[in-house]
Design a protein around this ligand. Sequence first.
Ligand code: NAG
Ligand code: NAG
Ligand code: NAG
Ligand code: NAG
Ligand code: NAG
Ligand code: NAG
Ligand code: NAG
Length: 501
Amino acid sequence: MVGKLVILGALLSVVSGGYASPASPKPSNAEPDPAFAVSVTSNGVTYINKGIAAFGLIPSDFRDSIGDTMGGIGSAITLKRGTWKRSQDGTYSGTLLVQPDRGYNVISTIDYQARHHEIGFVLSPYYGAENLTFANAQKTLELKYLKTILHWDRNNVKTSGLDALGVRAAQRGFPQNPDADPQMPIANATYQHLSIDAEGLVENADGTIWVSDEYGPYIHHFTKDGHLIQTIQPPSALLPRTATGELNFTASTDPATGRIGNQGLEGLTTDASGKTLYALLQSATAQDGGLGSTTSRYTRLLAYDISNPHKRPELKGEWVIGLPLTKKGKTQAASEVHYVKENVFLTLARDGGGRGGSDNTSSYKQADLFDISRATDIHNTLFDDPANPIAVNGTLNSTITPAAYVPFVSIINDTQLGRFGLHNGDPDDQNLIDSKWESLALAPCEDPKYPNDYFLFTASDNDFLTTNGVFQGSPYNGGLNVDNQFLVFRLTLPGAEIPHV
Ligand SMILES: *[C@@H]1O[C@H](CO)[C@@H](O)[C@H](O)[C@H]1NC(C)=O
Ligand SMILES: *[C@@H]1O[C@H](CO)[C@@H](O)[C@H](O)[C@H]1NC(C)=O
Ligand SMILES: *[C@@H]1O[C@H](CO)[C@@H](O)[C@H](O)[C@H]1NC(C)=O
Ligand SMILES: *[C@@H]1O[C@H](CO)[C@@H](O)[C@H](O)[C@H]1NC(C)=O
Ligand SMILES: *[C@@H]1O[C@H](CO)[C@@H](O)[C@H](O)[C@H]1NC(C)=O
Ligand SMILES: *[C@@H]1O[C@H](CO)[C@@H](O)[C@H](O)[C@H]1NC(C)=O
Ligand SMILES: *[C@@H]1O[C@H](CO)[C@@H](O)[C@H](O)[C@H]1NC(C)=O
């Protein structure tokens, strides 16, 4: 039955040049136009990008149930377990958990309580070659806000997005923490104002979540209703330290060693079993060349054993990833990581161009593949001490083999964007592709003809930019309306193993 429909769809697409009429995209069992396929090979395996299948958006001034402008939501996304469903008519539905970072902060950081939202969706893949209008394109991924879950420190105290000027002393079971109160450390075990600039998100089988952040850069574990359970402190090499070795978690000045300001643990993912948690640093630490844009490509991927909920997660792997460079040799920093199968990951590396960004034209925004099977595992070696850089001034220590990196899915391909009424480059309008794509999620197409096909969801972080914003009841004007854009690609990923969705 399904097979016949697929063949019929393919015939139609040959005859009419596109299964769905551009005037009204209809769900279909058709398949992507073979002319869209772009293949790459990594470690002897061929991976295929079959192009964009859907586009959707949440308007820039949409407000969450708390009453605040809903923005920044593409900092991380994950498919909520148990929600992914393929319908007989060829549409799909599910719920995405989306993670904003630290609120509208163009003027200064704000006291934004960390949170995640649930967004329901209906995906009606469009595989035709003709360009849809922008309005019809949005019917391919219809998004519906469901609810918001706020994140709390211990003792029901709100977390904050304010710059972490304070360092809270270590407490039972918790490391020294980034704190929004400049008076910290204070001998006050009850008052807590944990600063979080959230970037990565993982949902466990038991509904608890892991959130990675840029201040620590830490990984926090929350209950399903958003209460802090525990915090992972990465190796010393990643922690932001002053020249005298003191911790200082501020994002406003760069440390002498450790993560650079606003270049924290951008990516978080688990293997299919949910037993290993992987976190990716956005770009090199200060000692590894991170202070210069042309020396900052060698960043690190950490792996933690989270198999036993009653034991503290243990570092069990650490590898070096050499990020791609611009023509001028600048690092395309990594905004996300997603597990594909043993040793193989997708990462999202990009420049700053696009709507809400530094330029109307983007040159590089890609979901790329990397493979760590031949990379050197440096965990628990002398490189975990900031005194021993992996890359002095950006030159990788010759004893270390980095991951094999293969450019893969371009988010800014003109042909593909055009099919959904989008574009890259002038003019700067609502159809301009957003600047900050920072999230990846995979879901199986469940197409018997293509058992290795997956949908790759990605969403942008719009930096809360709207001319009609609200935070804690007060209006703000971000000077520009940047929608939260979502794209869905169809990929062939042989051997992919993703957590049960
Ligand atoms: C853009 O995508 C098309 C398929 O739609 C492909 O043929 C083309 O090579 C891609 N362009 C670039 C620059 O990758
Ligand atoms: C951290 O550095 C910032 C900026 O230099 C400074 O304002 C703050 O007081 C420092 N915090 C601590 C705990 O030293
Ligand atoms: C802890 O510190 C907070 C903020 O400085 C203060 O409001 C509170 O009274 C203090 N609690 C105790 C028990 O000292
Ligand atoms: C590699 O790092 C080690 C440890 O810091 C150092 O002793 C060695 O000199 C470095 N090797 C090179 C080629 O940089
Ligand atoms: C560091 O690397 C940059 C870029 O390659 C180069 O211009 C600079 O001279 C290097 N500095 C040192 C101290 O090696
Ligand atoms: C479809 O969009 C692409 C990219 O913007 C453009 O080059 C092409 O001319 C458009 N095709 C039609 C038929 O409008
Ligand atoms: C972006 O495009 C707008 C026109 O829509 C133009 O006014 C602006 O100068 C462009 N920005 C840059 C950086 O070129």
